[in-house]
Design a binder for this molecule. Structure first.
Ligand code: SER
Length: 851
């Protein structure tokens, strides 16, 4: 039975729309991964997005539970049922049916479609949910309905959002197989297997922890596909089901070792992690040191360590991918489409870790031998920092020894390292300036940026710094330094937008602002002073000159991100950006090069957004509200309680601190100049807008005019076609001339066999041999050609006793070379061009003697 299909069809027959699995990376910076089927509907549940026409939906959702609120990583391999990635079957009601129908549907599916024996089923309800308890009594004996508290029977997607009490269905696998102390209903053992969770969505939890009743109570259910498959196949462990078994067998083949009772956990970890890493990569998540990329790295390194335990010493994961594709590729085409990319990425990352794992393992083992109660935090940090062992990997290695890491020490070293990295990362300054900046802040406070609404501003010079960031009261004429204005219209480089340039003026020109940067929150502008001194406390007119063109590029970047998501899919996410007055650069995750058609589509979409003249809107909103509006945020960025949201109607809504145009029409036009790869899995688009677009167009027109003049044709395409025709004809002529200048080929016929031995000055020897073979029934041919101090010999034989390989072996030494080949064809090279004629004579003699 195809359970996935059976489930979706069952709920379709109950009026549900089948919807596809959403990407693993949700559009929500507070959520690490899509961790349940309900994630794609979370805003419908809370009412911030209108309900779809059909208030019933069903899906099979790929979920990852690693690194976030729901984290199963550490259990994988140790239990029969935990996975980092799994498929969740679900049915959803958006304010339509509630407990009564949800329970009725679940019961019907379990007992009729899956035909699970009733005597093996148990259910749980929330301790206060009498309503659910009473409904269940219609189906199952009340002694098998258990009440649990919030820990077990209250479900929430994350720390905030939709949530509610839940009711779970359990399958009893029997005490003949599971009889440990933890094998009781609600215990940690595997005997009572939770297969389906019915969540009665009644609340929304806000950031302050309050439970607010939802406008319309809803249903969200989730059934683990892997568990149900295992039950239906009569196996007691998900890893023994057809979903995993072939992968485990393939690992055994690669390792040339059958799994044993002691090390089967390692095989299971690898099989599980292969699925998670392959899917994450296929959806554009890459290996890295923070956020989701670091979770991916931790999963892969955990797999490598288990591979190491069973004997692998070089990358092996890529060789398992075909097996995974055989199992899941039919339903998830992204695995097939991105197969090569996944293989390449897995191998690169494994390679990186295999380089240090040996040293790390010895350090670990050495330390372990000296460890009594607690594993040194310092060594755990060294393992992390020098050998790339994520902390949870070290913890995993200590698990069966019942040891823990000295976390406080580890954290202390980690924080110290972070602080150092931060200090060293100040662009224009260096660590020794820390004190200077702090002093400035103490003396003058943080100076305010007033440039969202102004491009000129009458400001006072609060402080002046020389090039080394030391405070001075005067900057001499013609010198360079930094200026701190009390209120500044100059935007400091941040969020991908480059710092403003401009000028300081009073009734005369005072200096040029070359750049603006942020240092510890201070907005400082770099100034080249004109020909009179600049003094502290002076009042000046600060004038920004490039703002409008930067704003065009920055707004266009937002439109571009939205267009990319429309064309390439929602999993595209920003990986970096740069906006200045002459161009924009946008890096994003996507596993392969965009096609010309896709680039065109994106360009057209952005230009349509521009020509629609959509008004921009900038608001300061509480973060929760911003998220409800669907604002795109950068994952891993820290945002305060209030965030700035820049929107162009509903076309683009982003968290952003930058400066923008008032209306998309101000952008003018948008051209993609280049699409290229930055690193594996990250693409880059460079584009121009506004004045830069005009300059770009002019450049192209100028180049075009030059081409027209060069080819002397106003129609460039037909001109180039004509030139290509001419080249083709000329090439033909050259070939004819060359073939005519070749020495005539001498031939001899002995019996009905043709012998051709010749020195050929020009032409392709192999081709001549082939042509001769086509033209003759019995043939022995050997051709020599001397070119640039080298001799080339090609021989062929067809239906004769002469073996071309032998023949050439005899002849090549005469011209100081060697070679050989098959009986029907052989070639060789030589160095002595003066012996070509000797070789020819010898070849002819050989042919005659051996025919
Ligand atoms: N959201 C619930 C869960 O993940 C039911 O789908 O268990």
């Amino acid at each position: 039975m195809d359970i996935r299909k059976e489930y979706l069809e069952f709920f379709k027959s109950k009026g549900h729309d089948i919807v596809s699995s959403m990407p693993l990376v949700p559009d929500d910076p507070t959520l690490m991964f899509t961790n349940a089927g309900m994630v794609q509907f979370k805003d419908i549940f809370t009412g911030s997005v209108p309900r779809p026409e059909n208030p019933r939906a069903t899906s099979c959702q790929l979920c990852v539970r690693a690194g976030g609120k729901h984290n199963d990583l550490e259990n994988v391999g140790y239990t029969a049922r935990h996975h980092t990635l799994f498929e969740m079957l679900g049915n959803f009601s958006f304010g339509d049916y509630f407990k009564e129908d949800a329970i009725a549907y679940a019961w019907e599916f379990i007992t009729v479609n899956l035909a699970l024996p009733i005597e093996k089923l148990w259910v749980t309800v929330h301790e206060n949910d009498d309503e659910a308890f009473n409904i269940w009594t219609k189906y199952i004996d009340s002694t098998r309905i258990i009440r649990f508290g919030d820990k077990d029977n209250f479900w929430a997607m994350g720390d905030t959002g939709a949530c509610g009490p839940c009711s779970e269905i359990f399958y009893d696998q029997g005490d003949e197989h599971f009889n440990g102390p933890e094998d009781y209903m609600g215990g940690d053992g595997d005997r009572f297997l939770e297969i389906w969770n019915l969540v009665f969505m009644q609340y929304e939890r806000s950031a302050d922890g309050k439970l607010n009743p939802l406008p319309k109570p809803s249903i969200d259910t989730g059934m683990g596909l892997e568990r149900v498959i295992a039950i239906k196949e009569g196996v007691l462990n998900n890893f023994d089901s057809s979903n995993f078994k072939p992968i485990i067998e393939k690992i055994e083949t690669l390792a040339s070792k059958k799994a044993t009772k002691e090390n089967i956990g390692s095989y299971r970890v690898i099989a599980d992690h292969l699925r998670a890493t392959s899917f994450m990569l296929s959806q554009g998540i890459l290996f890295g040191n923070e956020g989701r990329p670091y979770v991916l790295r931790r999963i892969l390194r955990r797999a490598v360590r288990h591979g190491y335990l069973i004997g692998f010493r070089k990358p092996f994961m890529a060789q398992l991918l075909n097996t995974l594709i055989n199992i899941m590729g039919g339903h998830y085409s992204e695995l097939v489409e991105n197969k090569n990319f996944i293989k390449e990425q897995l191998t690169l990352e494994e390679d990186r870790f295999f380089k240090t794992i040996d040293l790390g393992m010895s350090l670990f083992n050495e330390e372990l031998a000296n460890t009594k109660d607690i594993f040194s935090g310092q060594i755990a940090f060294k393992l992390y920092d020098t050998y790339g062992f994520p902390l949870d990997l070290t913890e995993d290695m200590l698990r069966d020894k019942d040891l823990k890491v000295e976390i406080a020490k580890f954290d202390e070293l980690m924080n110290a390292q972070k602080a150092m990295a931060k200090a060293a990362w100040k662009g224009s300054g260096d660590a020794s300036n820390d004190g200077d900046f702090k002093q400035l802040i103490e003396k003058y406070g943080i100076n305010k940026f007033v440039g969202y609404d102004n491009v000129t501003y009458k400001s006072k010079i609060l402080a002046l710094l020389n090039e080394n960031f030391k405070e001075v009261s005067t900057l001499e004429k013609n010198s360079t330094g930094w200026v701190m204005l009390d209120k500044t219209p100059f935007y400091a480089t941040s969020g991908g937008q480059s710092g403003d340039i401009g000028a300081l003026e009073d009734n005369k020109h005072i200096g040029i602002i070359e750049d603006t940067q942020k240092f510890h929150g201070l907005n400082l502008s770099k100034i080249k002073v004109a020909n009179s001194n600049l003094n502290q406390n002076q009042t000046v007119d600060a004038v920004v000159v490039n703002r409008y063109e930067i704003a065009k590029h920055h707004s266009a970047t937002h439109l571009l991100q939205s267009a990319l998501k429309m064309v390439l899919g929602d999993s595209v996410s920003q990986a970096g950006s740069l906006n200045d007055s002459s161009r924009l650069r946008f890096d994003f995750t996507y596993p392969k090069a965009m096609t010309t058609a896709q680039i065109d589509e994106v360009e057209d979409l952005v230009n349509t957004m521009i020509s629609r003249g959509i008004s921009g809107n900038i608001e300061e909103l509480p973060i929760e509200e911003a998220k409800h509006k669907g604002a795109i945020a950068m994952f891993g960025e820290k945002y305060g309680d209030m965030v700035r949201v820049v929107s162009f109607s509903d076309v683009s809504v982003e968290f952003c601190g930058g400066t923008h145009v008032k209306n998309t029409a101000d952008i003018g036009s948008f051209y993609v100049v280049k699409e290229s790869g930055v690193s594996a899995g990250v693409r880059r688009i460079e584009a121009v807008c506004g004045a830069a677009a005009i300059a770009y167009t002019k450049e192209i027109i100028a180049a075009m005019n030059e081409i027209k003049a060069e080819i002397k044709n106003n129609d460039v395409i037909s001109g180039i076609k004509k030139l290509k025709e001419q080249i083709k004809e000329l090439k033909k002529e050259v070939e004819t001339v060359q073939s005519q200048t070749s020495a005539p080929i001498s031939e001899e016929t002995i019996g009905d066999t043709k012998i051709v031995v010749a020195v050929v000055e020009n032409g392709d020897l192999k081709k001549i041999v082939d042509d001769l073979k086509n033209a003759n029934e019995k043939l022995a041919v050997l051709l020599l050609q001397a070119k640039d101090d080298k001799v080339l010999i090609v021989a062929g034989s067809k239906n004769t006793n002469i073996k071309a390989g032998e023949w050439i072996k005899n002849i090549a030494p005469i011209v100081g070379g060697g070679g050989g080949g098959r009986p029907d064809f052989a070639q060789a090279g030589g160095k002595d061009v003066t012996k070509v004629e000797d070789a020819k004579i010898a070849a002819l003699t050989y042919a005659k003697e051996n025919l």
